[in-house]
Design a protein around this ligand. Structure first.
Ligand SMILES: [Zn+2]
Length: 593
């Protein structure tokens, strides 16, 4: 227990630098410059038969560069997040970004050399590389699919004016769109981001109007946007499958996530099998909204929110208590972030919106930013971000290159902590409105992050397949509509205007198959939570090991080590069982008008 309640304050960044123009900043830049120069001298040392100790020295020198760079960039971006109107911070950040790009270029020779090394030599050096091992291994994952140097050069060169240009064109076209919406009798001119706010409006007319306007604008360009997509997909296929030899278009992404193809197939199958759960959720949502049936326009409709608020200090105490019940050590790590004044919880003008946790380097306690406003949602967000902080601190015995969890595991501690908090709150606060808000938040998030993204990935898989067989744009729109019909069944009214939604998803263009990563990460945590509910104490050591591994091994090996088989459909099903329980609980909540 803290003697004094925690106060809502601005964070302190002095562990990074005293100020933007402090002499320490210039010293750090000079030091970085010196490290970069020193690093350059390793060019002559790199050789397939080099001594293992020399190789370790190169790795340490590289890590040193990354550490000083992270410190400078983090200071820029954290200062900027604290006050986005501060021009000095903005300039500092821009300068740090430039520095990063330069450092990248100046150290590139090492990564290129490493990737080009023959396997037997690479194995010998990796065996001697200690904690750097997985970082080195990950760099070489693409090796079996790498072409000859002249071929790679041609691809790079042609991509600039080829597929990258197509994606830029897509962005240029769609960024110019403006949307018109009548709000309170006044026609507003909106960007897509501004329009998006209205799909969550409490006013059903406004929600429908916002979607209709979104689709109206994109529909006018669907022939051309769809054509761009066809080129992007064909390019992905001809490069990835035909030239490099990947087994399928999605396999290209799976390898960069370091997740086996089979696991992704199982994940998507389990998602498909559980879609009826969300049909029930939509039916329940319709009831709360006083409708017979939901329209697709109402999927993100807010349910009435409780007026209840929690003071910052009380919220911290509740979150810490939920952590303590799990494991006192975990609570201590969260406390460390607050005790060191690394938590910016204030609401201020000019502060960056949203919330995040920034891991800078293993020797520094991470920083968290949130504009805490006291709603149950805010308390859940606090637990989420502190979870990230715990993850980072548990893994701080690794190097700067292996501390951070890779994408599939990045949300493990954050979402898990949120679940712990929700369970504590549900037990502590009998207020049905608070309970409903918390459970709705859980289901809404699960829909948007797990189910919607899984169906996106299923569409991408089908679309790439159809395109390789010569499908026209209209057929792709039909394919998308049938994907939605499969997803929603007759749980809601799906209007035909949604058939163009696929050309509205930028991820399909700039990062094919990226979206399933969201489903993977979120469902993984729910499945872990189900294990915790089943196994209690016995679950904890394995879970803490997963977190402590950070990014020091492949997601699969980290999980296998903790006794989890991601090839098993049963494991993934556990995640949906947690949601099923949340839904059942939601159904029993009675709120008097
Ligand atoms: Zn997060």
């Amino acid at each position: 227990m803290a003697d004094q309640p925690y106060i809502q304050e601005r964070w302190s960044l002095v562990d990074l630098f005293p100020d933007l123009d402090a002499p320490e900043v210039q010293e750090a830049r000079d030091e970085l410059e010196k490290s970069l120069k020193d690093f350059d001298s390793y060019r002559e040392v790199l050789a397939e038969d080099m001594a293992e100790n020399d190789f370790l020295a190169v790795l340490r020198a590289y890590e040193l560069i990354i550490r000083s760079l992270s410190r400078l960039s983090a200071f820029g971006s954290l200062r900027f997040s604290e006050d986005t109107q501060d021009q000095a911070a903005q300039a500092f950040q821009a300068q740090a970004q430039q520095l990063s790009a330069q450092a990248d270029n100046r150290t590139l020779f090492f990564k290129l050399w490493w990737k080009s090394l023959e396997t037997e030599h690479a194995e010998r050096l990796m065996d001697a590389s200690g904690d750097y091992r997985y970082w080195l291994e990950a760099l070489r994952l693409q090796k079996p699919y790498t072409l000859t140097e002249p071929e790679e050069k041609i691809i790079n060169l042609k991509d600039v004016n080829g597929v990258h240009a197509l994606v830029t064109l897509y962005e240029s076209i769609t960024n110019r769109y403006s949307f018109k919406l009548e709000v309170d009798g006044e026609i507003k001119d909106l960007t897509r981001g501004e329009l998006g706010v209205y799909v969550r409006s409490p006013d059903p007319e406004l929600r429908a109007a916002a979607y209709k306007e979104l689709h109206r604008v994109y529909e006018q360009d669907t022939p051309i946007l769809g054509q761009i997509y066809q080129y992007v997909a064909r390019d992905w296929n001809s490069e990835g499958v035909e030239l490099r030899g990947y087994a399928s278009p999605i396999a290209v992404r799976n390898l960069s996530n370091d997740v086996p193809d089979e696991v992704v197939d199982i994940l998507l199958d389990v998602c498909k099998a559980n879609v009826p759960l969300f049909h029930q959720f939509f039916e329940l949502k319709a009831q709360w909204l006083g409708e017979d049936r939901l329209r697709r326009y109402d999927v993100y409709a807010p349910v009435a929110k409780t007026e209840k608020t929690y003071a910052f200090g009380d919220a911290v105490e509740m979150v810490l208590e939920s952590f303590r019940q799990f494991d006192p050590r975990v609570a201590k790590l969260a406390q460390q972030v607050l005790d060191e004044h690394h938590y910016d919880g204030e609401v201020r003008k000019g502060k960056r919106s949203g919330a995040f946790c920034a891991t800078v380097s293993p020797d520094l306690t991470p920083w968290i930013l949130q504009s805490y406003q006291g709603k149950p949602d805010d308390v859940a967000t606090m637990a989420h971000e502190l979870g990230h902080g715990i993850h980072s601190l548990l893994a701080n015995h690794h190097t700067a290159l292996t501390q951070r969890a890779s994408i599939p595991l990045a949300e493990t501690a954050s979402t898990f902590s949120e679940m712990l908090l929700v369970d504590t709150l549900l037990a502590l606060d009998p207020d049905p409105e608070v309970q409903r808000d918390l459970l709705f938040r859980q289901m809404d998030d699960a829909y948007a992050t797990i189910m919607r993204q899984a169906y996106f990935a299923i569409f991408e898989r089908d679309a790439h397949d159809h395109i390789s067989k010569g499908a026209q744009v209209d057929e792709l729109s039909d394919l998308y509509l049938s994907n939605l019909v499969n997803q929603f069944g007759d749980s809601l009214d799906l209007s035909d205007d949604f058939r163009v939604e696929w050309v509205e998803v930028p991820h399909f263009y700039f990062a094919p198959f990226y979206v399933y990563g969201y489903s993977f990460g979120q469902l993984l945590v729910l499945s872990l939570y189900q294990r915790f509910l089943e196994q209690g104490e016995a679950f904890k050591p394995g879970y803490l090991e997963i977190l402590a591994a950070g990014g020091s091994d492949s997601p699969e090996r980290i999980l296998t080590h903790a006794g989890i088989d991601i090839h098993s459909a049963d494991f993934w099903q556990g995640g949906f069982d947690v949601l099923k329980a949340a839904l059942e609980r939601l159904k029993t909540i009675e709120i008097s008008a």
